[in-house]
Design a binder for this molecule. Structure first.
Ligand code: GRG
Length: 318
């Protein structure tokens, strides 16, 4: 897995002639994202160098999952939204890390035997396989709570900390991330429709993606127009991301994606390709990306990297 590019496996650029986003081409966006990703990784490392009171095994499990090579999509979205709204990357970095911690916790718990029962994540044994189930559950719990500690203590400007905690809690809570996960599990028992599928994914996958953009906008002090624009971008991007994830489960390469594939079909899971077929799923992902790009058109050149990233999402290989 290479870290120099934004994890597009293989050498091809998204789109046959490269993506031009405003005045910037994909290579510029990649360089920018690489630099931002390094800042995120270094901040995540810093936030998880926990004091001696934290049992070493717990710290190790938290860091094992959190610092593994993920795409860092959500923290990048926090930072790019802040940038698109005229804010400072340094102000948005703690929120970016908090969102990645929530994401990592949700992956650890999703992989547990009681849920998806997966052995492989981010190209390595899942947390409960590497450690044990109890440690994995607790590492997830600890990342979830640490996310809010980081947000409450390190948000700048300080007056925004309460609003950011509330936004993130709502997105990760019973009506959105957790609720979407519950409905996804229940949907395995039947009642399939495209509307239900979209409703589940807007919460299970979309909520964290959308809130990432909103947090960036809030920290940049964006007005309502900008905030709505990036939120709409996030809503559309979340959908495109999930459809692509479902397509990768059918068409992807296991060693590139870094997790077991074909499992949605094995478990008759509700998926976009399963319900709509591959071609219609691709069409919907492309339409959602177009809609995402249109949503941030009014933000001008500051949103160019958001546009390029959206185009990449539907082309990703992992
Ligand atoms: C346990 C509360 C709870 C929620 C679990 C995250 C999740 C909800 C389920 C994971 C199952 C899944 C494949 C969801 C589809 C979208 C998704 C979250 C993919 C993983 O995110 P990436 O591709 O992963 O951004 P990396 O490793 O790159 O960060």
């Amino acid at each position: 897995m290479q870290r120099e590019r934004i994890e597009a496996a293989g050498d091809e650029e998204p789109g046959s002639d490269g993506i031009m986003a405003g005045t910037v081409c994909w290579e510029d966006t990649q360089l920018h994202l690489d630099a931002l990703r390094r800042s995120v990784d270094s901040a995540l490392d810093g936030f998880t160098r926990l004091p001696e009171d934290c049992p070493p095994r717990l710290r190790e499990a938290m860091r094992y999952s959190l610092l593994a090579e993920g795409k860092r999509l959500r923290p990048l979205l926090v930072l790019l939204a802040a940038e698109a709204c005229g804010g400072r990357i340094s102000d948005a970095l703690p929120a970016a890390c908090a969102v990645e911690m929530i994401h990592a916790y949700s992956l650890i718990h999703d992989d547990l035997p009681a849920m998806d029962d997966d052995d492989l994540r981010r190209g390595r044994p899942t947390c409960h396989r590497q450690f044990d189930e109890a440690t994995a559950i607790l590492a997830g719990d600890a990342l979830l709570t640490l996310a809010f500690e980081v947000l409450a203590k390190h948000t700048s400007p300080k007056e925004k900390a309460g609003e950011c905690c509330a936004l993130l809690a709502e997105a990760a809570g019973p009506c959105r991330l957790v609720g979407g996960q519950v409905d996804d599990i229940l949907a395995e028992k039947g009642g399939h429709s495209p509307e239900l599928l979209e409703h589940i994914h807007r919460r299970k996958t979309g909520a964290l993606i959308e809130v990432s953009l909103v947090l960036g906008a809030v920290l940049a002090g964006a007005d309502d127009r900008r905030r709505r624009a990036v939120a709409e971008y996030g809503r559309c991007l979340g959908l495109a991301f999930q459809i692509t994830d479902d397509l990768l489960d059918v068409e992807g390469e296991e060693d590139v994606v870094g997790k077991r594939l074909g499992k949605d079909q094995d478990r008759s899971k509700l998926t976009f390709p399963g319900l709509l077929g591959i071609d219609e799923s691709r069409r919907r992902a492309a339409a959602a990306v177009d809609q995402a790009c249109r949503a941030v058109e009014g933000l001008g050149a500051d949103a160019r990297h958001l546009t390029a990233l959206a185009r990449f999402i539907a082309e990703r290989k992992r």
